[in-house]
Every structure is written in structure tokens, then in C-alpha cells.
Design a protein around this ligand. Structure first.
Ligand SMILES: NC(=O)C1=CN([C@@H]2O[C@H](COP(=O)(O)OP(=O)(O)OC[C@H]3O[C@@H](n4cnc5c(N)ncnc54)[C@H](O)[C@@H]3O)[C@@H](O)[C@H]2O)C=CC1
Ligand SMILES: O=C([O-])CC(=O)C(=O)O
Length: 274
């Protein structure tokens, strides 16, 4: 009985054991219905040795391009520069890839065709955002506009290419400063580790070129704050979320929880929300 159950489990592999990946690994090890952590890929195995041996069922440590051999679902939780190296081999084998570095998908959009051709899937969790269920539903009809404003504390934006390339000093700000206004596509180029949420929103709705975005550096906030306005033929809605940063100040704590919630839905008997 136990053996049969184990063989029916969906095997999950995680690429990257940072702020998001380590929490997903812990949740899987503690038990998610019908799922088991089978493998991980890390940049520096020695650094993660004690974490991995502390797990009840330590997973295999594999190179990133081999995760799809050991798993039905590969969860990408690494910098976006690694997205292709993780997702391509997985979807080529017909696996599902959960992508958190969503901004990186825009430069690798052919991965969606590759997944389709091989029976793979690419799953984008709501992540640090809110309400993609409503945006998905509104997109079945007609969405006229999607506007998003992101405000982050200084530590949540430091090092972003847009700030470095434009020589903007955000360290000594006393008041909020609007850094960027434009499309979600251009925001993702300028802030690849800061506005994955805008890209997820755009993919759920009207795409990265029509989704409008502002990015503010705001020394008066301690959370990553996102406000969204959607105007559609079915509804008008406003949404907001104030994320508590994780140990990585660019990443809201809720992001890992969103992926865990998505994984739970893969085998849950009762699924709520689209
Ligand atoms: N979709 C969303 O709502 C959100 C997405 N993100 C994105 O999620 C990704 C992960 O975020 P965090 O966990 O906070 O980052 P993190 O920096 O805490 O962790 C990333 C991990 O990947 C590892 N890594 C780097 N290169 C690797 C390689 N070649 N193979 C295996 N591991 C490698 C690093 O050593 C690190 O442990 C980032 O791209 C971030 O921008 C973050 C927040 C929200
Ligand atoms: O989208 C991102 O990359 C991260 C973010 O804004 C958040 O965690 O609130």
C-alpha cells in the first residue's frame, strides 16, 4: 500500500536553494499531498550540505540540466540568467516547469513552443502578486487597461541595471522617487530581479507591451508594495499587496508560499481559486 502510494507521487525538483527554493524544499520534505522532493540543483553544494542532510528525505543533488530526468515538475528558483538552462531540458522531456523568474521568460518565449511540442508545461505562480485569478478571468473577455505601481524600499532595488546604467543615487533619498514609467517588458529589462510580478500580471492579462508600470524607490516604506488597476468589459478592479521582504530584500516572503500553494493544487482533492 505504502509502496504503491510512493510510486504514484509526483516527483518535484528544485533549481536554486535561496530564499524561495529552500522554503519550498522544506515544505515538500514536511509533506505535500501526493508530491515528493526528488532532486535539487545548487551552485555551491558545500553551502547547502547541512540544510540538505537536515531533511527527512534528502533529495539527490544533480546538475541543473538533469533535473527533468529525476522529476515530473521542475521548480525554477534561481537567478533569471539560469532560466533557460533549467527550463529547456525539463520541457524537452515533457515535464512541467514552475517558473518564478518570470521576467526571464520574455527573452526566452520560444520555451513555450518547445514545451508545447514536447508535451511539457510552463506554470507561472501568482508569486509576490495578487489576483491573477481575476485577471485571467477578465482576459477571457476584454481587458481595456492594466496599470501597476510598485514601491520598494531602497534595499529592494539596489543594483538594478536601470539604476546603475542611469547613474541614479537612491542611497540618500529622503522622499519617494519615480524611477521608471513604461511597459512591463521594459520594466523587466531594467529591473530583472525586482518586477517579476509585473511580467506575471502581463502574461495573465494583456501582455508585456500593453501592461503599464511605474517603479518607485521609496524610503518611507518597509514593504514591497504593489497596486494594480484593471479596467475590463466584465469588471473594474483595484488590488494591492504589501509584501514583507524575505532574507532577500528584493523578494517578498509570500512568493515561496505562492509556489507551495501551487504545488499543493497539483494533487489536492479540493482546489479553490483558478
Ligand atoms: N515571481 C515572483 O513573484 C518573484 C520572483 N522572484 C525571482 O525568483 C528568483 C529566486 O529568488 P530568490 O530565491 O529570492 O533568490 P536568491 O538569490 O535568494 O536565491 C537564488 C539561488 O539560486 C542559486 N543559484 C545561482 N545560480 C545557480 C545555478 N547555476 N544552479 C543552481 N542554483 C543557482 C543561488 O546560489 C541562490 O541560492 C529570482 O530570479 C527572483 O527575481 C522573486 C520574488 C518574486
Ligand atoms: O516581483 C519581484 O521580483 C519581487 C517583488 O516585487 C516582491 O517580492 O514583492
Amino acid at each position: 500500500m505504502t509502496e504503491q502510494k510512493a510510486s504514484n507521487e509526483l516527483r518535484v525538483a528544485i533549481a536554486g536553494l535561496g530564499s524561495i527554493g529552500s522554503k519550498i524544499a522544506t515544505a515538500l520534505d514536511q509533506g505535500i499531498e501526493g508530491l515528493a522532493l526528488s532532486a535539487v540543483a545548487v551552485r555551491d553544494p558545500a553551502k547547502h550540505q547541512s540544510f540538505l542532510t537536515s531533511l527527512r528525505r534528502p533529495p539527490k543533488v544533480l546538475p541543473i540540466d538533469q533535473l527533468g530526468d529525476a522529476a515530473d515538475i521542475v521548480v525554477e528558483c534561481a537567478p533569471s540568467s539560469q532560466l533557460r538552462a533549467i527550463v529547456e531540458p525539463a520541457v524537452k522531456r515533457g515535464r512541467s516547469a514552475v517558473v518564478v523568474s518570470v521576467g526571464g521568460l520574455l527573452d526566452n518565449y520560444d520555451l513555450i513552443d518547445l514545451a508545447r511540442a514536447n508535451g511539457g508545461r510552463i506554470l507561472v505562480p501568482t508569486g509576490a502578486l495578487i489576483g491573477l485569478d481575476a485577471v485571467n478571468a477578465a482576459a477571457v473577455g476584454t481587458i481595456h487597461s492594466v496599470k501597476m505601481v510598485t514601491r520598494k524600499p531602497i534595499d529592494g532595488l539596489k543594483g538594478a541595471p536601470f539604476i546603475v546604467q542611469n547613474n541614479i543615487d537612491i542611497d540618500n533619498l529622503r522622499e519617494p522617487l519615480k524611477l521608471f514609467e513604461g511597459s512591463a517588458r521594459d520594466a523587466a529589462k531594467g529591473f530583472p530581479a525586482n518586477v517579476n510580478v509585473a511580467v506575471a500580471l502581463s502574461l495573465a492579462g494583456i501582455g508585456p507591451d500593453r501592461t503599464q508600470m511605474q517603479v518607485w524607490a521609496d524610503p518611507t516604506v518597509t514593504r514591497n508594495v504593489h497596486r494594480i488597476e484593471v479596467e475590463a468589459d466584465s469588471a473594474r478592479f483595484s488590488m494591492g499587496i504589501e509584501n514583507i521582504p524575505s532574507e532577500n530584500p528584493k523578494t517578498g516572503m509570500i512568493t515561496a508560499l505562492s509556489v507551495i500553494a501551487l504545488l499543493r493544487k497539483q494533487r489536492a482533492t479540493l482546489c479553490v481559486g483558478t
